[in-house]
Design a protein around this ligand. Structure first.
Ligand SMILES: NC(=O)c1ccc[n+]([C@@H]2O[C@H](COP(=O)([O-])OP(=O)(O)OC[C@H]3O[C@@H](n4cnc5c(N)ncnc54)[C@H](O)[C@@H]3O)[C@@H](O)[C@H]2O)c1
Length: 272
């Protein structure tokens, strides 16, 4: 088990879903929480719930698409705690579903700016001071989509794959600075993520919600796994059991993985 200085944690996107569940998990263990989110109302509800538990938290409005917001978030933590032990780059959005020639360049920009560059900005701003203090941990929330590359989700897959590559890089880069990195690759689970799908009509939202409802794990379960991973400095966290096989198969035998995966996709086609 690792020891942290003040047990302080910053979580982006902590107003909802996995970010909120992670905030509550760490708060129950006595950590102080910086709840950062674009959505002030939801972020303040998370703070209220932490306070009701007897925990300590503050809300900071933060758009991870803006470097100055992340810098202000860092400054607020420095002033309160004199440093941060753990950063969770969790804020993220869902992409629209569609083939590469249909999804607009604006949609690509939106996904890359938040799901990839939001994580990059967090690592860029918080890692330097952690290095100086000689300890810290960064948790990046990716997705199994970054490994399985499901068709029709190119922008989301590409952003999450890049978050995995970024995390692998930082794992080695920061090791000598007494810092740890965890990358989390969940499959679908129920949250408010579908609200960020920008296609109107609700068909895509309903499709994703239906898949999310099949998850054997809740946001609370995954938050618990994140808490444990931080304490033991576990790098790759694949909370859903079934995805662990996909991960290993793809690494051990990419051809066998491809064969297995194309059979799975064929089975899902209507009439099969
Ligand atoms: N829910 C799933 O099935 C699933 C699966 C794999 C990975 N993930 C990832 O988990 C993370 C959390 O998503 P969730 O499922 O809890 O969704 P959610 O929509 O419930 O929560 C996301 C939070 O991020 C905030 N947010 C969005 N854009 C932001 C921005 N620019 N700046 C700051 N905050 C912003 C939202 O306001 C919201 O509170 C995301 O990175 C997502 O890609 C989710």
């Amino acid at each position: 088990m690792r020891d942290f200085n003040n047990q302080s944690i910053v979580i982006t996107g902590a107003g909802s879903g996995l970010g909120k569940a992670t905030a509550l998990r760490f708060a129950r263990a006595g950590w102080s929480i910086a709840v950062a989110d674009l959505n002030q109302k939801r972020g303040e509800v998370t703070v209220d719930e932490i306070t009701l538990l007897g925990g300590t938290a503050f809300f900071q409005r933060c758009d991870v698409a803006k470097l100055e917001d992340i810098q202000a978030l860092h400054e607020a933590c420095e002033q309160r705690w004199g440093g941060v032990d753990v950063l969770v780059n969790n804020a993220g959005i869902a992409s629209s579903i569609g083939p590469i020639d249909h999804v607009s360049m604006e949609e690509w920009q939106r996904i890359i700016d938040i799901n990839l560059m939001g994580v990059v900005r967090g690592c860029h701003v918080f890692s330097g001071p952690m290095k100086k203090r000689g300890s810290g941990h960064i948790v990046n929330i990716a997705s199994i989509a970054g490994i399985t590359s499901t068709p029709m989700l190119a922008s989301y897959n590409a952003a999450k794959a890049a978050v995995i590559a970024l995390s692998e890089t930082l794992r080695w880069e920061l090791k000598d600075k007494n810092m740890g990195v965890t990358v989390v690759c969940p499959a679908l689970f129920p949250t408010n993520l579908t609200e960020s799908i920008q296609v109107s009509g609700g068909v895509q939202q309903a499709m994703v919600k239906k898949e999310m409802a099949k998850s054997k794990l809740s946001a609370d379960d995954i938050a618990g796994a994140i808490y444990d991973a931080v304490l033991v400095n576990k790098f790759m966290l694949l909370p859903h059991k079934a995805t662990r096989l996909q991960w290993w198969l793809k690494r051990l035998s990419p051809d066998m993985y491809q064969w297995f995966y194309s059979r799975q996709t064929a089975k899902k086609k209507p009439g099969k």
